[in-house]
Design a protein around this ligand. Structure first.
Ligand code: ADP
Ligand code: MG
Length: 644
């Protein structure tokens, strides 16, 4: 058996066939049954999408794998999905001629939750049914949703290239049974049949019209034909009565919707297709549908989900672009399809120029795909820019979800940096809400030489930092970058167009704003500065007079290319070792009362206490924990004692 990395929790109950669900599955089933009752109809979308996936997988295998090529002509070359309804018996079967499952597959796929996304999902459940069912929508719990409408489900499956058919049965409560199928249950071709015995809640779906409606709503653009066999009542005008006859009708459009001209597609077509490929409940924020003709021919349809998936920042997150070649599904969530930072984009790429048997390895250096990818990124970013300019509210919704991944792009996607800089948004000392660099540029003061920002702490810490005092005094805007990745990202972005981007906690930043009296003040302060330096010794690199302070007596700054104190603290907290400890530079405010008093009365013991207190308070404001808090408290008490 191949249960590699998945913790396999199925407990064999009795030696024959009865097995318990993995704990997570039981949890999930409980939840589905209790909180999803508002939309039980999605069970059909989930099962049809599984069949469609299974058909895609088999079709792909027959293209790339000799073993499966040989099977073509043996029933698997007419891919289709069949729904058969027995309304009196309240039974519906959903059959496909797809890849199928053998015994191990059935246990692994329909008894455990292997997908880390779903496990994450379970970890995030709040117990609030409304919120949780939204989450379910985002994750798409798939097969198990059938237990909203069924009190018993039988799955008959035969894996392509294998002989045996297996039967999986469950009531969706405690566990399932597996046995080899016999008699008429044995399938003549590969594929899967899911047989649903509707429960009271599900009985409403034992209705041909209703099923057609649901298929059209969710699965119209599934690429394979979906047939429904049911007892159709038709009015017979001659006999003046309604007559029932058993019919089989195709119920979906079965066209690759992205190949249809934009002019023929309605917003609802786009939304329905989005929901069918993502399992999301909510409409997407927007979509971009492009057909490229010329040297390369391809179609892309990209969607931005209304909500960022909750596992977007987890390493196991799988992106959502599907690759098709000439409308044949090839693969999904390949890292090659879009850059990592655009992993929130969902949709499809359909190329006319790639070989059908393209493998992941080939894709990595494929020129065609590289060109499609480059053009797609440009397209997505320029469309976003367009929305930012024309629909501020929509763009705000977008930014609320995706500002951070765009920042990741600033770090990695050098070619599109300027566009990304126009797309990201920032908090600021000058405006409520968020602002763009273009707007900050507009607001620059005549003497202002750079756009300034502060990083390395929570918003309130940054807003209250003594480093901002000079900027406040001069009316110069500072952008508040309080996202934990901001410091890493923006230390690698030196300019916005022609304008320098500068962190205010770097030693030379703000020099252009300094007033001219600094040199003479430094002269006057020199003996005191030297005394402080000799007290602090190696704890500081330098002690100097500051011209960036107004209300605070001291502040620490770092050299141009050093990570800030707070940043190093963060790196250490994340388990990084051997981070060099660059010593900070301490700046003293010559105009501050405390400093003036020290200058007038430079008694050794007082200067010694003051030197440490000036350094420690500056460190505390930067969010750096003190190395020796006990010494700090002792000094503080000594000083308090003298002053009371
Ligand atoms: P997902 O489709 O997101 O993987 P599901 O719960 O819908 O999750 O299905 C779980 C797994 O069961 C699928 O990944 C697939 O391996 C298997 N499976 C479900 N239905 C079928 C089917 N009709 N044919 C083949 N495999 C299937
Ligand atoms: Mg599924």
């Amino acid at each position: 058996m191949v249960f590699t990395s998945v913790p396999f929790l199925v407990i064999i109950e009795d030696a024959m066939s009865k097995q318990q669900f993995q704990t997570e599955v039981s949890q999930l089933l409980q939840l589905i049954v209790h909180s999803l009752y508002s939309h039980p109809e999605i069970f059909l979308r989930e099962l049809i999408s599984n069949s469609s996936d299974a058909l895609d997988k088999l079709r792909h295998l027959t293209l790339v794998d000799e073993k499966f090529k040989a099977l073509v002509g043996n029933g698997i070359d007419s891919p289709r999905i069949d729904l058969e309804l027995y309304d009196e018996k309240k039974i519906l079967s959903i059959s496909d001629t797809g890849i199928g499952m053998n015994e191990e597959d059935l246990i692994a796929h329909l008894g455990t939750i292997a997908r880390s996304g779903t496990k994450n999902f379970l970890a995030q459940l709040s117990g609030d049914a409304r919120k949780d069912s939204n989450l379910i929508g985002q994750f798409g719990v798939g097969f198990y949703s059938v237990f909203m409408v069924a009190d018993r489900v039988e799955v008959f499956s035969r894996k392509a290239g294998e002989d045996k058919t297996y039967k999986w049965t469950s009531d969706g409560k405690t566990g399932f049974e597996i046995e080899e199928a016999t008699g008429s249950d044995v399938r003549s071709t590969a594929g899967t049949t899911v047989l649903i015995h509707f429960n009271d809640e599900g009985a409403q779906y034992a209705n041909g019209w209703r099923l057609q409606e649901i298929v059209k709503k969710y699965s119209n653009h599934i690429a394979f034909p979906i047939f429904l066999t049911y007892d159709k009542s038709e009015w017979n005008a001659e006999k003046k009565e309604s007559i029932k006859s058993r019919v089989t009708e195709q119920v979906n459009a079965a066209s690759a919707m992205w190949q249809r001209p934009k002019s023929e597609l309605t917003d609802d077509d786009y939304k329905e297709f989005y929901k069918s490929i993502t399992g999301d409940w909510e409409d997407p924020l927007f979509w971009f549908h492009t057909r490229a003709e010329g040297t390369l021919e391809y179609t892309t349809l990209f969607y931005i989900p209304a909500k960022a998936p909750t596992d977007l920042y987890q390493s196991e997150y799988k992106g959502g672009i599907k690759l098709y070649v000439k409308r044949v599904f090839i693969m999904d969530d390949s890292k090659e399809l879009l850059p990592q930072y655009l992993r929130f984009v969902r949709g499809i790429i359909d190329s006319e120029d790639l070989p059908l048997n393209v493998s992941r390895e080939i894709l990595q250096q494929n020129k065609v795909l590289t060109s499609i990818k480059t053009a797609s990124v440009k397209k997505i970013l320029s469309e976003l820019k367009n929305i930012a300019a024309t629909d501020k509210d929509k763009y705000a919704q977008f930014i609320a979800e995706y500002n951070r991944p765009l920042k990741e792009g600033l770090y990695g996607d050098y070619a599109n940096r300027e566009t990304l800089l126009d797309l990201v948004r920032f908090k600021s000392t000058k405006v409520e809400g968020l602002t763009s660099l273009a707007e900050a540029k507009e607001r620059m003061q005549a003497e202002q030489k750079a756009i300034y920002y502060i990083t390395g702490g929570t918003e309130s810490m940054l807003r209250n930092s003594p480093l901002l005092e000079i900027y406040k005094k001069k009316g110069v805007e500072v952008l508040i970058l309080d996202d934990d990745i901001d410091e890493i990202v923006f230390s690698s972005v030196p300019k916005y167009g022609e304008i320098d981007l500068k962190a205010v906690n770097k030693s030379t930043t703000g020099d252009d704003l300094k007033d001219d009296s600094t040199p003479e003040k430094t002269e006057e302060l020199k003996p005191l500065l030297e005394k402080i330096k000799s007290t602090l010794g190696d704890a500081v690199k330098e002690v100097r007079a500051s011209s960036r302070l107004a209300d605070s007596p001291s502040v620490i700054v770092s050299d141009e290319d050093e990570p800030s104190a707070r940043m190093r603290h963060m790196m250490r907290a994340m388990g990084q070792k051997d981070i060099p400890e660059p010593t900070p530079t301490l700046e003293i405010n010559p105009d501050h009362e405390i400093v003036k008093k020290l200058l007038a009365n430079p008694e050794d013991a007082k200067v010694a206490d003051a030197a440490w207190l000036l350094l420690d308070q500056a460190l505390l404001l930067e969010g750096v924990p003190l190395k020796d808090p006990a010494a700090f408290v002792q000094r503080l008490n000594r000083v308090l004692n003298q002053s009371i």
